[in-house]
Design a protein around this ligand. Structure first.
Ligand code: MGD
Ligand code: MGD
Ligand code: SF4
Ligand code: MO
Length: 725
């Protein structure tokens, strides 16, 4: 596409971990990105972007971009590197990885997440490379594992109502989500619904920017969502606000769920959740009577011990009240399950040694600190550590004693574990190990890159090709490179191709070009791709799946569960030692489970996404950081007064794992007993305590995992707050 002689417009896709997956139009002059705008033709994007990506030119052409491969010369963590050529970098890294693989390839751990979510620069070629090597697998649990696990139990897959339909709903529950921050396009639809008279309710311990604009804010205690949902079910049943026909035809387990819900009268839940009993009854009556009614539930509800069960209990609500009958009714956590992804063709798990029965061990990324703590001399021992697990998705077995295999090399791309993984002191101890070989593919010298032996400059979305699915809407979006790479940066895909060659690997699938990898990620014979051609997709930049957004695809059941029904109860869970019927599990760090810790550290800390950042991405973009200000901790006035703390004070937030410094904001937006620290700042940007190194919120979070899905428990965290002299 061309606009003028000097300026060109290129069709692109937002790569970030955001449900909106915007289609972009990038204006380029020479080799410079001039402007990034939302595609006005793509319905989900509608010509609008968030403030972060609207400033993508500033991030792309940032003076701190990494432009050359860097080899460490000073001590670990000293930040001293020297530039070398790609040829030397690949040869030396390849040689070292081959030496380690000769001992045991499982000593090599790939660590990646959602810095860029495309099929090509995300987990495509890179996974093929590590599979062929026989490296450890990564259990990718840091964000959504508990919620996905819960949703798979109830619905069979991560599917839900169409996001477009929220503007027609009459009752909307924003359950553990703040779309003003994390999904601006959904928020626009909710505003439309509000203008048409919809009642919008936020269920959140924090009066978020979204909650401030809702009709009601139900300020429950963190980690008590399952109790609230079970009490709502109790009222629906006792007041007969049920759609008995829909329950009969499309659900299973209603009797067992009823029995459980009878243990949850509103008064009991009110006590546990810290909300008024009358509010629970009000909400249940609304849910049982207003149509169409929709729940936007998101990841805030599943970052505590019982996160999977919270999602299961919440997912029962639309099924009991017949909400799925309406196009604008039901529930949406993630839409990613609608895409016919062909994981086998895309990531080639068959390249793994032992496929399909005895696969390499899997390392849980949410406990990477524990995994890195196993000393190299430990090889061969077989004590069990919490940091590894059998993959929850493949259902395959791992080799005996795999939990004790030490990590000798870690290769990081699309992720910043030193800053984002829980329990930073433990993570940093691991990355600081002199005998750990660390390779980091990055745009910038991040907290993680600081600990690397090798830092490899990667291209941004403006400089490489990719194809994206979405977890908010249901269209594919293509990303064409807008400019050629900055400096000597290379796409992740090309780096892994070169590394494979340098290591002498010969499997042809490791050398597929980017478009071939992208095409391999989808099952093109699937009816939801009927009529979508590769050429049209490249030309227009996006293509909707063939689904009619005006009808609810789940109105007549047909859920991808064994029975095709909504599984209110999941009998398969008993095999894993879990309760088949959803219940409230008190958080790990609660008075019920750990009274001693709860007395020492009385505040529950949550650290939800900051509006102007995307996890740790954009924190180093000057104009964006200026909008966010500085690391803050929000406390209720009563909690501040009790500690003699005043607005604007510099405070220390701490527990036995660590501490971080933040500016205190005294506000009723935090419910009593809860501290809120919008995140995720870089460690190095945070003020140090008593001359110590800067630390962000993950200095205090824990490596305990959720009961279902073995996910991270970032919001299951107790702290105390005191003034910093
Ligand atoms: N601007 C911006 N957008 C982002 C991100 C970002 O960092 N910045 N991150 C992206 C990523 S990786 C993700 S996973 C998504 C996350 O998307 P969401 O999960 O929708 O995250 P938030 O929008 O912050 O909403 C989470 C809300 O849950 C609340 N909460 C915390 N604990 C509990 C609890 O126990 N129960 C309930 N009911 N609520 C709770 C928090 O106060 C917060 O308001 O956002 C994505 N979008
Ligand atoms: N306390 C607390 N901690 C949290 C959370 C929380 O709510 N509270 N949220 C958690 C959640 S939901 C998530 S998803 C994780 C996010 O964790 P991560 O996925 O690690 O997210 P980012 O911090 O954005 O780091 C992504 C990095 O990838 C780099 N990157 C982007 N694109 C590319 C590319 O094409 N190539 C290469 N090589 N690099 C690239 C970026 O520069 C950036 O440094 O954090 C988790 N941590
Ligand atoms: S971060 Fe989200 S809202 Fe912003 S451009 Fe990307 S997909 Fe769109
Ligand atoms: Mo996430």
């Amino acid at each position: 596409m061309t606009t003028t002689e000097q300026e060109r417009t290129v069709r692109a896709a937002c790569p970030h971990d955001c449900p909106d997956t915007c289609a972009l139009r990038v204006t380029v002059s020479g080799n410079r990105v001039i402007r990034v705008e939302g595609d006005p033709d793509h319905p989900a994007t509608d010509g609008v972007l968030c403030t972060k990506v609207a400033r993508y030119a500033e991030r792309t052409h940032h003076p701190d971009r990494l432009t050359q491969p860097l080899r460490r010369v000073g001590p670990k963590g000293s930040g001293q590197f020297e530039p070398v050529s790609w040829a030397v970098a690949m040869a030396e890294i390849g040689q070292r990885l081959n030496q380690i693989a000769a001992r045991d390839p499982q000593r090599i751990v790939p660590y990646s997440y959602a810095g860029t979510m495309g099929f090509v620069q995300g987990d495509g070629l890179a996974q093929r490379f590590f599979h062929a090597l026989g490296a450890s697998r990564l259990d990718a649990t840091i964000c959504s594992a508990a919620g996905s696990n819960g949703l798979a139990s109830v619905h069979g897959k991560s599917i839900g109502m169409a996001v477009e339909q929220f503007e027609h709903s009459k009752l909307i529950l924003l359950w553990g989500t703040n779309p003003v921050t994390s999904s601006v396009h959904l928020w626009r639809r909710i505003q439309t619904a509000k203008r048409k008279g919809a009642v919008v309710v936020a269920i959140d311990p924090f009066e978020s920017d979204s909650a401030q604009k809702c009709d009601r804010w139900l300020a429950l205690r963190p980690g008590t969502d399952a109790a609230l949902a079970l009490a709502l079910i109790n009222v629906l049943i006792t007041e007969d606000l049920l759609d008995r026909d829909w329950i009969e035809q499309h659900t299973e387990g209603f009797e067992a769920l009823t029995e459980r819900a009878m243990q949850w009268p509103a008064a009991r839940a009110a006590e546990i959740c810290g909300v008024a009993e009358a509010d629970i009854v009000w909400l249940a009556r609304q849910w049982g009577s207003v149509r169409p009614a929709a729940i936007r539930v998101n990841y805030g509800v599943q970052r505590a011990r019982g996160g999977a069960d919270a999602v299961r209990a919440i997912a029962a609500l639309p099924a009991l009240a017949g909400a799925w009958r309406d196009a604008a009714g039901g529930m949406l956590l993630s839409s990613s399950g609608w895409f016919p992804v062909d994981v086998t063709g895309w990531q080639r798990p068959d390249l793994m040694p032992g496929w399909p029965d005895r696969l390499p061990r899997s390392v849980n990324m949410s406990a990477i600190g524990e995994a890195l703590a196993i000393p190299l001399e430990n090889a061969g021992a077989s004590t069990s550590v919490g940091s590894t697990s059998d993959s929850s998705t493949s259902g395959s077995s791992t080799s005996a004693g795999s939990a004790s295999i030490p990590v000798e090399a870690i290769v990081v791309w699309n992720a910043n574990p030193v800053a984002v993984a829980p329990d930073s002191e433990s993570v940093i101890r691991g990355f600081a190990r002199e005998d750990l070989f660390t390779v980091v593919l990055e745009h910038f010298q991040t907290d993680t890159a600081d600990w690397a032996d090798w830092v490899l400059p990667a291209t941004t979305q403006m400089e490489h090709f990719d194809l994206h699915k979405s977890y908010g809407h249901t269209s594919l979006v293509v990303n064409h490179p807008a400019i050629s790479p900055i400096g000597d940066a290379l796409p992740n895909s090309e780096i892994f191709r070169r590394l494979a060659r340098a290591m002498g690997l010969t499997e042809p699938a490791l050398f597929d070009d980017d478009q071939t990898v992208a095409r391999s990620a989808l099952d093109w014979s699937h009816p939801r791709l009927a009529g979508v051609t590769w050429e049209d997709l490249l030309e227009r930049g996006w293509a909707p799946l063939t689904m009619d957004p005006t009808v609810n695809p789940l109105a007549n059941g047909g859920f991808p569960t064994a029975s095709g029904r909504v599984q209110l109860v999941d009998s398969a869970l008993s095999v894993q030692g879990r309760d088949p019927v959803p219940d409230w599990q008190p958080p790990w760090e609660s008075a019920e489970v750990d009274p001693e810790r709860s007395a020492l550290y009385p505040l529950q800390l949550i650290s939800p996404p900051a509006r102007n950042f995307l996890n740790t991405t954009f924190v180093n973009v000057t104009s964006i950081r200026a909008r966010e200000g500085e690391p803050e901790c929000l406390l209720h006035p009563a909690d501040a007064t009790q500690r003699g703390l005043v607005e604007g004070a510099l405070v220390k937030v701490f527990n036995d794992r660590g501490a971080f410094a933040a500016r205190l904001r005294v506000t009723e937006r935090a419910r009593r007993g809860v501290a809120v620290a919008p995140s995720i700042w870089w460690h190095r940007d945070a003020p140090g305590i008593q001359g110590g190194p800067g630390r962000n919120v993950n200095a205090v979070t824990s490596q305990r995992l959720t009961e279902g899905g073995a996910g991270a428990t970032f919001y299951d965290c107790r702290v105390e707050v005191e003034a910093l002299a």
